[in-house]
Design a protein around this ligand. Sequence first.
Ligand code: FDA
Length: 404
Amino acid sequence: MRGCEPGEQAVLTTDVTIIGAGAAGLMCAFSAAARGRRVLLLDHANKAGKKILMSGGGRCNFTNMYTEPASFLSGNPHFCKSALARYTQWDFIEMVARHGIPYHEKKLGQLFCDNKASDILNMLLDECAQAGVELRLDTRIEAVEKDAQGYALRTSLGPVRCASLVIATGGLSIPTLGASGFGYQLARQFGHSVLPTRAGLVPFTITEPQLKAICDELSGTSVEDCLVSCNGQSFRENILFTHRGLSGPAILQVSSYWQAGDAIEINLLPHLDLVEWLSEQQRERPNSELKTILGELFTRKMAGLLAEHWFSSKPLKQYAPSELEQIAGKLSAWQLVPSGTEGYRTAEVTLGGVDTREVSSKTMESQKSPGLYFIGEVLDVTGHLGGFNFQWAWASAYAAAQYV
Ligand code: FDA
């Protein structure tokens, strides 16, 4: 800190100021401090890393063993490659292991803590403390300006000056966890384009009365192995009926590829050749009712509802081959148009954001304003469900930390 005149507020001077003490901000802070940089990490929330604590159902799906660029959406799909290659899932796993944090693979390469998500947050906070990062919570950023010496911030802490300013304020998802549009506003202030944002990894809502009735009745029921497709992308996982519509991993994944008005297609039984299976049942059990045999594939309640709403249930021998084909078609290619999504209130991520064409993929530095960096979810890089979003936060943060 430099000295100040009476009545003048002391200026806090650092090499690096990071706004946002979430996943990316914490990672960047200790990685830069480990290089000997003086780092000030600011957040308006009363706690660092709130999303980390909420993540993965409280167990934090902190990375994915199969991370690759194809698991990310962006207007500029090549952008994420360099950072992901320079700080990989194995690097993060090595740190988790070094801190003695027990973890396991749940499925599909998704790594979760055995105990609690706070293990990951505490690890990041310990690294920050050891590296000498100054973390200040409950801090409002009132204005940011640039001059010949670097960046000047007006904050509720008083004035702050730094050579490098890192924006790690994340996206718009879950405002109650501290999300704000601050990063986008600041990007625009410094001449950046911000690509339109929308909620991603989010449940669909359904208002069409017949479908809504099915969802209501089946609320809480999941179907284990479904193939859900939209706009050329397909995901095979379970789906979940809710009072509002549809959720579950396959639905959340496809929601990131969905635009208002698009239809989605759900194959409720991708592991079965349904025409063949139904014909076989007809031969072997001609007197069994359709809803009875569907009850062997779904819960009895779901089979009853589908039989009631979609097909008139009767003994199998009474169906013509073309009718069996229609039934198979409906179950394996159920087309529906969601009314919308649950929005930022429940979305795991925000699609869109700071246009990566104006940011260096090597350093994360702005090409519009030297010394300004963007990392994590504020950028237009969004991962699939499964630990990919944290891996992007770690990798982009690490990349910037080598240059700030
Ligand atoms: P992040 O949102 O983590 O941090 C941004 C920080 O900036 C916050 O601390 C916020 O308070 C602060 N901030 C915002 N505006 C500010 C302002 N104006 N002034 C000062 N500070 C400000 N991903 C994954 O890979 N595995 C998982 O298991 C999950 N699970 C999950 C569950 C839930 C409920 C959500 C909402 C999200 C996930 N995610 C996830 C996504 C993951 O949490 C997300 O992609 C990362 O946290 C993004 O990291 P960032 O650091 O970019 O933003």
